[in-house]
Design a binder for this molecule. Structure first.
Ligand SMILES: *Cc1c(COP(=O)(O)O)cnc(C)c1O
Length: 445
């Protein structure tokens, strides 16, 4: 107990005399909501700035943030993780740790629109070019898009929004043969359903705002690295990882070996650009991660039940859920997603935008909003929201039509979700066939 000293002024005591209580062993990592950390010994300051020991300032490290990072690294099977303020920050930092002006990205066509905007509008202004692959299952299509300047391949494990898959093992091989890492956005699958690093991916990024946090309360993002950076195979492509530091310091690869990519992101990109997560958000993400498998099991089972029901309805023109045998990537899905097929997918109503609008307006259990991976079920009309920047042809190329809706299935009772969808379908006017049979009778969980 510091006790304070009454001979000091009120304002001095106001900021110095609170007890920095230590004691007990909190089972849950507490929220270290502090901008910085005092150096208890003079030498600690130099040790931190030299070798990066300990905590000094929350932009470069924080115990609550570290705790969430180590949990995520373990679950993804990576050597380490870096938590950031949002999924967009994670993709930005991951890319800028690998590519600079004059470099090139080969990306799947089927990606989150925020990522497409980052590539096309922001990174282009920094001199980084992108080419999109349409036939993402074909390794030759990826190989054909690679140039001498290519520094990364990018794809989503389960794509937004039509659930396209890539064969991570095959595509990562295309990159590895050329020293180029494969970066996978694993937001839709989560490490519970799919671990890209085990299949050969080099870097994983996440929007932790979605399934990892799970409650729809906070934003966050993360980069997880395989720890398999190979200076011999890739050094020429990534001189910033293998060249000596300032004043002749050893290179990052000399210092941390296979962890060079993540160390560079942590030391030289994230703290300079500054998308630091709040320790409060890190705490809530860590809390979310503790129940990830339970939620994703339930959400995947609900999604399968809902998708099977929807597919049988006459008013539904298409259900793009990879858990259904009708999906073009279903066979690959049964191989690589043994625990479930996720819970975010699109449906296309037999009708136009006004049909979709009536459907959305009639839903009561589903919330109309732009988010996914929440415990609550959500619905969005991509054509007039997330995909507004795309032309009609570009929308069609990624499976978005006037009657298309994106569903994110939550943990509610499946029968309530199906009943809600049945009501909306009837109200939409899309139900062109006979009368809907009882929704509850058709639950097939
Ligand atoms: C939401 C999302 C992002 C962006 O994450 P934010 O946390 O919203 O910045 C990136 N990729 C995918 C697949 C997403 O769903």
């Amino acid at each position: 107990m510091s006790g304070g000293s009454t001979d000091r002024g009120f304002t001095t005591r106001q900021v110095h005399d609170g007890d920095r209580a230590h004691g007990g062993s909190p089972r849950v990592t507490p929220i270290y909501l502090t901008a910085g950390f005092s150096f208890d010994e003079y030498e600690q300051a130099t040790a931190h700035f030299g070798a990066g020991d300990g905590f000094a300032y929350t932009r470069t490290g924080n115990p609550t943030v570290s705790s969430a990072e180590s949990a995520l690294a373990s679950l993804e099977g990576g050597s380490g993780a870096l938590l950031l303020a949002s999924g967009q920050a994670a993709t930005t930092v991951a890319v800028l740790s690998l590519a600079g002006a004059g470099d090139h990205i080969v990306s799947s066509r089927h990606i989150y629109e925020g990522t497409r905007g980052l590539f096309l509008d922001n990174l282009s202004r920094l001199g980084i070019e992108v080419d999109f692959v349409d036939d993402i299952r074909d390794p030759a299509a990826w190989a054909a898009a690679i140039r001498p300047e290519t520094r990364l391949l990018f794809a989503e494990s389960i794509s937004n929004a039509t659930n396209r898959l890539i064969d991570v093992a095959a595509i990562s091989r295309v990159g590895r043969e050329r020293g180029i890492p494969l970066v996978i956005d694993n937001t839709f699958a989560t490490p519970y359903l799919f671990r890209p690093i085990e299949h050969g991916a080099d870097v994983v990024v996440h929007s932790a705002s979605k399934f990892l946090a799970g409650q729809g309360a906070v934003l966050g993002g993360a980069i997880v690295d395989s720890g398999r950076f190979d200076p011999i195979a890739s050094g020429a492509l990534f001189p910033h990882l293998v060249a000596p530091g300032r004043r002749g310091a050893p290179s990052i690869a000399d210092r941390v070996g296979g962890n060079a990519r993540l160390a560079y992101a942590r030391e030289s990109v994230a703290p300079r650009l500054g998308p630091t997560p709040s320790p409060l958000n890190a705490f809530l993400i860590a809390q979310g991660i503790e129940t990830l498998s339970l939620r994703v099991d339930r959400q995947s089972a609900n999604a399968l039940a809902v998708a099977r029901w929807l597919e049988k309805q006459p008013g539904i023109a298409a259900v793009d859920y990879v858990g259904l045998p009708s999906h073009p990537d279903h066979e690959l899905a049964t191989e690589i997603l043994p625990r479930g097929f996720g819970s975010v997918f699109t449906i296309t109503l037999a009708g136009d935008e006004s049909t979709a609008r009536r459907f959305v307006e009639a839903l009561e259990v589903f919330t109309h909003m732009t988010h996914l991976g929440d415990v609550r079920s959500l619905v969005l009309h991509p054509g007039t929201t997330s995909h507004l920047q795309l032309s009609e042809e570009e929308q069609a190329a990624v499976g978005v039509f006037p009657g298309t809706l994106r569903l994110s299935i939550g943990i509610e009772d499946a029968s309530d979700l199906i009943a809600d969808l049945a009501t909306a379908l009837a109200a939409s006017g899309a139900a062109v066939g006979g009368p809907l049979s009882s929704a509850h009778a058709q639950v097939t969980v």
